[in-house]
Each structure stands twice: as C-alpha cells, then as structure tokens.
Design a binder for this molecule. Structure first.
Ligand code: C2O
Ligand code: CU
Length: 474
C-alpha cells in the first residue's frame, strides 16, 4: 500500500510511541481485527555518512541515518506499524525476517509487493508474534550489505525470563571504504579461498561476487571502540545474537565462560550449554551466561584470522581493571553446539503430525564455473515454484553440491529440523538453516500461512545470483 506524502504526514507520529487503541481496529490487509496496542515507528531509508568508531567515514544506506537501524522492541500481541519513507536513489522494501506474518506485509519485491520507488512511502503493519529475537532488512538487491537492517525484539507478554541484564548484538560485516554492496571493489573467489582481484567475473551486469570485508562490527562499532558489555558478579546475562551479515558465518566463544543456548531463531529450546557457537547468516541465538568469573573478557569470532577487522566484543565485570581483555582460545576439549544437539520446546500441535504430504528435493549448486548460484539447476526468477496446499505437512530435502555453506531461509513459516534420532515433538523450530558443503539437511513445515513465499540462500551474493525460489499455495 503506497501512501501519499500527505497521508504519511497525517498519520505519522513519533517513532516508538505506543498508541492505546480502545476497542477493535480493522486490520487493513487480512481483515482480521487487530486488538491491543499499536506501536508505530517512522523509518526513512536514506544514504548517510557513518563511521564504525575506527577507520574512514563512508556512505552507508541506512534507516534513520544510522547503522544498524533503530531497534524495534515491542510486546507479543502488539501490532507493529512502520511508516517507511524511501529517500534512497533506488526502490526499496523491508522484510521482517523470521516472523510468520500476513503475506502482503512480507516485503519481497515482485513476490509480495511492488518495491517502493524513490520518494514514495509504504506502511507495514503486522502482529508482533511470537515472542523472540528477529531482524528486519531490505529485500532489494545488495541493499542489506550497505546497511539496511536492524534488530526486531518481541518480548513475551507475561514471563520476561530469568535474567538480570540483556544485550542485543548485531554481528555485521562491512567494507569500510564504501559500505560494500555494489561499490566494493575487492571480491572473493567463488571457491571461498583467495581473492579475485578487482574485477571478479567479467560479465558486465551479472551478479557480484562477495566483497572482501575489512570491518566486523557489533552494533555499528569496531573493537576497541565498541562499548564493553558491563556485567556484575552474580548476574545472569542474556545475549541476543543476531547475524545480519551479508556473507559471513561466525564461530563464537566467550573467554572464561560457557554459554547456555535458550532460543534459536526466536523459538525456545531446551537449555544447551556450549563453549562454541556457530551462527549463520540470518540466524539468531539467545544465550545466557552466569557472571561468575570476574575479569575483562572477549567474546570473539574464530574465523578471519585475528586481523584488525575481526569481530570482538569486550565483556567487563564491574570493578575489573581496564587492562587488555582476555581473548577466547579455540583449542582444547571444547563443546561445539550443533543442530543435532538442540531440542525444541514447543510441541507440535498440528493434526497432520506424523505424516508427510509433500516432499521436495533441493540441490544447491553453483559458484564454480559460473557467476550464478542455483537450486535444482535453476536461477531465480527462472525458478521452480514449490506448490503446497493449506494444511500440508511439507518436507524439503537439501543437498549442497557446492563448496560453500548455504544458510537457507523460508519466509512466512517456521520449520523443524528433521532428526530421526529424536521424537518429532522435540525437533527444533527455526527459519534459517545452514546447509554445509557436500552435506544434506532436511526440514519440515506445516503449510499454515497462505501466500507466495520467498525461499532462498541468505548469503546475499548467492541470493541475488539466483539461489532462490518460491513456495506457493495451490
Ligand atoms: Cu532475511 Cu528473504 O530474508
Ligand atoms: Cu548460499
């Protein structure tokens, strides 16, 4: 729904102001009545000069002039209404990653809406449900890599959880010269090793290769400029880890502490203690730790070889000496949480439990001798449609025939990770899953949200290069 500037001004109020709506309001898109408070936010998408605390100023693409975009934080059951004004030189949209919302609000250009042209506006409105850690981002071309993303936190309506302090951490990959996206000039080889130099693939107008990132930031700041996470001895700390990076998967460890995973992709899991955590593009992990080892520590990523740009977050106990924080060590007998170790906590209540109505095989490939990435050999938009019927229990069987990991993401639904070794009721619920090189992965979901839904690799450079298709309801 594009609206005029006049309507925009008339209806827009300050960002983050809760509006108590007495009675019932008719939902304009699903005709479902929206009850309860409506939370309104004003986002203008525009270019702005940013600085990650270190390194050069550069021009990023931003919501409200900053990176990451403003945090949306609401309570479960509230209605989120976002007034988007597009001040970019390109059309844009916003996608609410992980939330099973009404199709028309999903923000995929050419699939659920026409992209919002420069100078125009759009109003997104949807129910904040379920509680959990999510993110929002542009779904147009390379815009996400230029800074158009932010955290979206839905707090539980009742039980807030058992912790004393929480932090939300966006783990970001940046090209500090120019923000990345289209402008970056140094790009990686499709094999994931070595550099391709300036040009990448010769075919003009074809998809871009991944840039070589030189800044791994947290909430828009590079270490050591990032503010330490302050903790007090005895506290229970919750971290909401969100990976909005365009092509970086992080393997993380907090020095001096074990982490307990409590939620993945917003959904509760049986608490799982681990030393090391791998977080794919588009994934979220809520973790907790007990502040029982006073000192000054680093939470940091194993990969990327410890250079200047490496992802590092200091965690500092109150009263500790402000010396050098202690980095984690990734050797020795460590617990690495894997998908197979996770147990979901939400029972499967759908009546179709136990029978599969439809199964699709998805071969993930590409990157070797072609700039394109494919599912079953096809390049989006010249892609398959996975046709489902409402109420179906659907399986997708991935096989990754390429040399790169692919974090696969399905819009509009949570899916379960099929794990024959454990009861289906405990299969973990997610919306994004890493399918590793030369590995398989199987997911299952209930077709309970009508519409036309995007399904793709969340490595932005693979997505734009064709690794996408749609799930459609017959
Ligand atoms: Cu996070 Cu298709 O998106
Ligand atoms: Cu991929």
């Amino acid at each position: 729904m594009a609206i005029t500037r006049r309507q925009f001004l008339k209806t827009a109020i300050g960002a983050g102001v809760a509006l108590q709506v007495p009675g019932v309001l008719l939902h304009p898109f699903s005709a479902r009545p929206a009850t309860g408070p409506i939370r309104e936010f004003r986002f203008s998408a525009s270019r702005a000069k940013v600085n990650l605390g270190r390194g050069p100023d550069f021009v990023a693409w931003t919501y409200n002039g900053r990176v990451p975009g403003p945090e949306i934080r609401v309570k479960e059951g509230e209605t989120i209404r976002v007034f988007l004004k597009n001040l970019l030189p390109q059309e844009t949209t916003i996608h609410w990653h992980g939330l099973p919302i009404v199709n028309a609000m999903d923000g995929v250009p050419g699939v659920t809406q026409a992209a919002v042209p420069p100078g125009e506006s759009f109003v997104y409105e949807f129910k904040a449900r379920p509680a959990g850690t999510f993110l929002y981002h542009s779904h147009v071309e390379y815009q996400l890599d230029q800074g158009l993303y932010g955290p979206l936190i839905i707090e539980p309506a009742h039980d807030p959880g058992n912790f004393d302090r929480e932090y939300t951490l966006m783990l970001e990959d940046w090209v500090m010269k120019d923000g990345g996206g289209v402008a970056a000039t140094r790009r990686r080889s499709p094999m994931g090793r070595g550099m391709m130099g300036r040009r990448g693939f010769a075919n003009k107008g074809g998809p871009l290769l991944e840039p070589v990132y030189d800044g791994f930031a947290v909430n828009g700041k590079l270490y050591p400029e990032i503010e330490p996470l302050m903790v007090k001895t005895g506290e229970r700390i919750k971290l909401r880890l969100i990976n909005p990076s365009s092509s970086t998967i992080y393997t993380l460890r907090l020095a001096g502490h074990a982490l307990t995973i409590t939620h993945v992709d917003g959904n509760p899991v049986k608490p799982l203690r681990t030393d090391v955590l791998r977080i794919g593009i588009g994934e979220r992990y809520d973790v907790e730790f007990k502040a029982d080892n006073p000192g000054y520590w680093l939470l940091s990523a194993m990969e990327r070889g410890g250079g200047e740009g490496q992802l590092r977050i200091p965690v500092r106990y109150k009263g500790s000496q402000p010396t050098e924080p202690v980095p984690p060590v990734f050797r020795g007998p460590l617990r690495f949480a894997s998908y197979a170790d996770l147990r979901g906590k939400l029972p499967d209540e759908s009546p179709s439990m136990g029978k599969v109505d439809r199964a699709f095989r998805q071969i993930l490939s590409g990157g070797m001798h072609s700039p394109y990435w494919t599912i079953n050999g096809r390049v989006y938009p010249n892609a398959e449609r996975l046709v489902v019927k409402e109420g179906d229990r659907v399986r997708i069987k991935y096989w990754n025939r390429s040399m790169m990991p692919h974090p696969m993401h399905l819009h509009g639904h949570f899916f379960r990770l099929v794990n024959p070794a454990i009861p289906p009721d405990t299969w973990v619920l997610k919306d994004t899953v890493i399918v590793d090189s030369m590995q398989g992965m199987e997911i299952e979901f209930v077709a309970d949200n009508r519409g036309k839904w995007f399904h793709h690799c969340h490595n932005l450079y693979h997505m734009v290069a064709g690794m996408a298709n749609t799930v459609v309801y017959a």
